[in-house]
Design a protein around this ligand. Sequence first.
Ligand code: FEO
Ligand code: CA
Ligand code: CA
Ligand code: CA
Length: 661
Amino acid sequence: VATVTVNPATLGFTAVPKNLLDVVSVPAGYTVQVINRVGDPIAANVPAYKNDGTDTNFAQRIGDQHDALQWFGLSSTGTRDANSSTRGLIVQNHENIVQENLHPAGTSFGGVRPEADALKEIEAHGVSITEVTEGANRTWTTVQGSSFNRRLTPNTPMVFNGPARGSDLLKTAYSPLGTSGRGTINNCANGVTPWGSALTCEENWAGYFRRFADGTRTAKELASLSRYGISDRANGNYGWSTVVPSDPADTRFRRWDARATGSSATTDFRNEPNQFGWVVEFDPYTPNSVPRKRTTLGRLGHEGAWPGRFQAGKKPAWYTGDDSGGEHLYKFVSATAWVEADANATDRLAMGDKYLDTGTLYVAKFNADGTGAWLPLVYGQNGIDSTYAAYPFADQADVLINARLAATVVGATPMDRPEWTAVNPQTGEVYLTLTNNGGRALANTDAANPRSYTDPRVDSARSSSGNANGHVIRLREDGDTTEATTFKWDIYLFGAGSDLDPANINVSGLTADQDFSSPDGLWFARNTNPSGQVKPLLWLQTDDGAYTDVTNCMMLAAIPGTVGDGGARTITNTAANGATAAQATRVGAAPTAATLKRFLVGPVGCEITGVDSTPDGRTLFVGIQHPDGHWPDSQATGTATARPRSATVVITKNDGGVVGL
Ligand code: FEO
Ligand code: CA
Ligand code: CA
Ligand code: CA
């Protein structure tokens, strides 16, 4: 193992130019390998993927639309080894599907869906757990047939834990007691625990449900359905509820019809939407373990759930964004102070019960003066009770199942689509990507969401003004503790083309080597690599619709400063009709060529999603989601003819050093 000494850390690579090539571009001196393409078999005896739409059995193949990923080290004897950098498990979310690529050309997606087609689409969602190893010449291979390999799909049995377990709102035909459920879906970003379990987060689950011509709902139920985006519509995303199953008792398809058609929640599927929107904990090292939905973290459009620093004797916290326009940032604080020896527990889900089943969910309020507060979402406090006319809460389970509504009661700040959170391992500062918000009108900017403007290159699908390029906000807990109920904040970076107005749009002064739009994935490099770095490396990924005429989506590396290293700033916003308005905000120090650089540009049509490294920092894993050219077959030459496939790339530095430094 090569040892490099870089102290303090510097970005030791040449910036990758923006481009529209159908390849993953990385700096000179780096190598890209591709593993875990959608459809690759993970169980023994499953045939190779033909990629012509005829393949079946996705419960034993890599799923589609790769999102967050995480490395879990394995020892040579196959036990958990958090320090291993040569053998491990890749846990990866499969957020969604590219429907047409899963079927033969000419397949109809309307009307009554064939059972096998719908089952394939359902099983291509969820999570994959695969064993990977490093071989000679730094070649990485997935071990087909490893006993660790597993898929979690929307059909995998799971249980509910925490205060909402057994709630009337979780009672279904599948679980009349409201204690268990089926599966996980639209798994976007993730989280970790120090005891070696994984957290996967359910984001845009609402769209899969049909709800139509439903006249039996109460006003309270309608308020919940409306806030969570389960609109009155004839069909869900892929029409799964139209399937007429070969086994009439099979409810795996009808469950996606959320109409209230029976006499109770256990005779129809009205509560199926309440099954989703959770943070799910599972143990990747124990393939037959049953995942647990941790209801303490609330039901949202959870992007991720990233922990703050673990400090002995302090209650740990997880930060979680709710990615929808005008939704919020949340923090869950455990009721249980951290005991460092628990990191070595072998019953990992019991540790989850200890730290994740009791505690307090808070939501963030950002004040104009650069301070902020965490507001508790507790039944009976601050107006969260049965007297709230828009949604009379029944109990704490109801508060957690309808956390968005409770957040409104206490006055949480509506944000420009909260995506990933990341925590600086040295300062504990929390970074949050706010990807964009076409709905941020001139009249409702605020200090934490200060921009509303017309980006000349926004395509016609976007509104003509708003925050088209997004920003990255960060906060520092008062007292540097996860238990804090107040914080300081500033805006670390504003997304923008380098050619745009430097006063009011390109507020961070991004250069051509740095400019980006729609930040999404965000991750601080592990603090364990042999570089001895004193300033951690931040990786930033994009999911962009506003800049894709200029460049494919990308990943940048950064060495950020700290909250308050910049100062106050006033931005002049301009609406499409020419009206202007000033908005004061708090801005971090502008990046320099030494502190922000583009490291990677993805292939045509993709977003860049998911990043982790081996503990030694020498191997970086990155997710490539929904490419729509011919990647990865095009990786070597830039052209190909095969159907595109979401996949994971493995990036290594040819000199054996730490990636990025
Ligand atoms: Fe699945 Fe908000 O990205
Ligand atoms: Ca996505
Ligand atoms: Ca995302
Ligand atoms: Ca996104």
